[in-house]
Design a binder for this molecule. Structure first.
Ligand SMILES: [Zn+2]
Length: 121
């Protein structure tokens, strides 16, 4: 599953940041996922629920924010928002476009906090 390896690599980056700040746990992580990134936010959410099992992140909330795509068209000059996973101009259907937004796959904010599950161990 494509999204599972993405979830795991995001967790590795979060873990590196947690260790760097010497935090006991992570309460929540906000992620930005562009509609042209090739990642399905729902599948990614499912992947996290599998990937965190038995880890320090079992109680972490993963907020996945979908970023709408924006493309600048070189044919008609308009900026439009493709409604599907393909970067095309919604005005003239041209594929001669420049992607302005929508390819994001990044960690936006991390909220440090006590991991509730380890609290009671
Ligand atoms: Zn166009």
């Amino acid at each position: 599953m494509h999204e599972l390896s993405i979830a795991q690599s995001i967790m590795e980056r979060v873990e590196a940041l947690r260790a760097e700040h010497d935090a006991a746990g992570i309460a929540s992580v906000q992620l930005q996922v562009g509609t042209l990134s090739g990642v399905d936010p729902y599948a990614l959410e499912m992947a996290f629920s599998v990937a965190v099992e038995g880890t320090l992140y079992a109680a972490t909330r993963w907020d996945i924010q979908s970023i709408p795509a924006r493309v600048d068209c070189r044919s008609c000059g308009k900026t439009t928002t493709p409604d599907g996973p393909f970067p095309i101009c919604m005005n003239c259907d041209s594929t001669d476009i420049k992607i302005v937004a929508g390819r994001e796959l990044m960690i936006d904010t991390i909220e440090v906090g006590q991991n509730e599950e380890t609290d009671h161990v």
